[in-house]
Ligand binder design. Structure first.
Ligand SMILES: Nc1nc2c(ncn2[C@@H]2O[C@H](COP(=O)(O)OP(=O)(O)OP(=O)(O)O)[C@@H](O)[C@H]2O)c(=O)[nH]1
Ligand SMILES: [Mg+2]
Length: 442
């Protein structure tokens, strides 16, 4: 996600760091490069211009010029401005005083409406809500079956009865009332391009079902176009929120960065994958951190917490603070990470060097790590420092690997331990200062 933009920005900041004292001219040079990087990422040019003007104004102010760590200050300003651009805070779903709440999902063909309908259904179902899904796509063959299939897998009822999309929507509201659903999610049909017929149809459904949310599903891969599409939908139907999809693909990021500002409509969720669990609440601050390559520990922790028992996490944090993390913990962390999702995906959330993100942590490699740790004695696992040359040889033989593999694993273990320890300490420090994220640079 945004890997090109992130790499570019990191290089810019790194170069700036090497300059020692910051002057007006090198800040200007940095800003020019940031401007280019944003334009290349397909961010709307007007937004880029305003953004750079804003950052420049603050960065060139006296306070910053006299700062001891100017490059960090610049990162902080860019981070803050990016958060502002993305919408400041998360904007939660609205509820009506009179359930069922109706949520309509609209968007162009293939943007991910049907998939996202089922993701949102799971998201709300997991929160204990009683959900009804409605498939109103009468145009594309098998569209309704697609939603039915997804609903069945989730154990969530799906209604598709009716001749026209409007009929189905009206039937759905009746059914939702009859089964006392908390929320009705209506999946609508898409078109390749915006046209009057589609707009009329959606407007009629809107009138009939009085949705409390009309969410535009926008494919982040469509770049600038996604912004224009959002604008048209908004002018015609009055959308209340955006769900960005396909953030797992190699999108340039421009749409994600521009859409909020241009439409004035908040991004409520982000989807980064095809599976039903691949939906996240959109937090501007976390997205800004990700774009700047500062990782997104909070999302990671949230993801982990929903999968891993809380007391396990607490135990781990305690161990980390006491600096007693050992290879047993390392292995159990790897096992838990496996439960949460592919490791390569997890790395997206971590502020690691871009080169590390391409690290191959295949199933095979995981198995090898497991075999190595299991070939160690309990003493070696709790106190890895005692693993000398002859022990390494024995472990390699026992696990069917090479001494080199053992060396590599230990090196990795120490750097992970150091990294996590730093993150935990930083997190605690920031919390004390009243910051909400451990990642805001000082
Ligand atoms: N990689 C990735 N693929 C996605 C994501 N969301 C949806 N897709 C894929 O995009 C394709 C289209 O998704 P649908 O949900 O069918 O899109 P739609 O908007 O309902 O399409 P129509 O009903 O034809 O207008 C499918 O192959 C999905 O698996 C996502 O977040 N990431
Ligand atoms: Mg569909």
């Amino acid at each position: 996600m945004f890997s090109n933009l992130t790499n570019k920005l990191q290089t810019i900041f790194k170069n700036l760091k090497g300059q020692g004292v910051i002057s007006e001219s090198n800040i200007k040079e940095g800003l020019r490069e940031i401007q280019l990087a944003l334009l290349e990422a397909d961010v709307n040019y007007r937004i880029v211009k305003d953004f750079i003007d804003d950052v420049a104004q603050e960065a060139l102010g006296q306070k910053v010029a006299k700062s001891i760590t100017p490059s960090q200050k610049l990162v902080k300003i860019v981070h803050d401005k990016l958060i502002e651009l993305l919408g400041k805070e998360n904007s939660p779903l609205k509820y009506s005083s009179n359930p069922p709440d109706v949520i309509m999902l609209i968007g162009l063909q293939g943007s991910g409406k049907t998939t996202t309908s089922s993701k949102l259904a799971k998201f709300l179902h997991d929160k204990g809500q009683n959900i009804l899904l409605a498939g109103t796509d009468t145009q594309r063959p098998a569209a309704r079956e697609q939603l039915q299939f997804l609903g069945k897998n989730l154990g969530i009822p799906v209604i598709t009865e009716g001749k026209t999309p409007l009929d189905i929507a009206i039937n759905a509201v009746k059914k939702a009332n009859a089964i006392s659903a908390d929320t009705l999610i209506i999946d609508t049909q898409g078109r390749l391009h915006i046209n009057e017929e589609l707009m009329d149809e959606l407007a009629n459904i809107k009138k009939a079902v009085s949705p409390c949310e009309i969410l535009l599903v926008a494919d982040a891969m469509t770049g600038q176009d996604a912004v224009n599409i959002a604008k048209s939908f908004n002018e015609r139907l009055g959308i209340t929120g955006v769900i960005l999809t396909k953030l797992d693909t190699d999108t340039r990021g421009g749409a994600a960065i521009s859409i909020r500002k241009i439409t004035g409509v908040p991004i409520k969720f982000a989807a980064a994958g095809e599976k039903t669990e691949d939906l996240e609440i959109f937090y501007p601050e976390r997205m800004a951190s990700r774009i700047l390559g500062m990782g997104d520990i909070l999302t990671l922790v949230e993801k982990a917490e929903s999968e891993v028992r809380k007391d396990d996490t607490e135990k781990l944090v305690k161990k980390l603070k006491a600096e007693t993390l050992d290879l047993e913990d390392f292995l159990s962390q790897l096992r838990q990470m496996k439960k949460i999702g592919p490791l390569s995906k997890m790395l997206d959330y971590l502020p690691v060097e871009p080169s590390l993100k391409n690290m191959d942590i295949s199933e095979e490699r995981y198995k090898r790590i497991e075999a190595i740790i299991l070939s160690m004695t309990p003493e070696e696992r709790t106190n890895p420092r005692i693993i000398d040359g002859s022990r390494r040889k024995r472990i390699a033989e026992g696990s069917g690997t090479d001494v080199q593999d053992i060396n590599q694993l230990l090196k990795q273990f120490y750097s992970v331990r150091k990294f996590i320890k730093e993150m935990v300490n930083k997190g605690t420090r920031m919390k004390r200062k009243g910051f909400s994220s451990p990642l805001i640079p000082p």
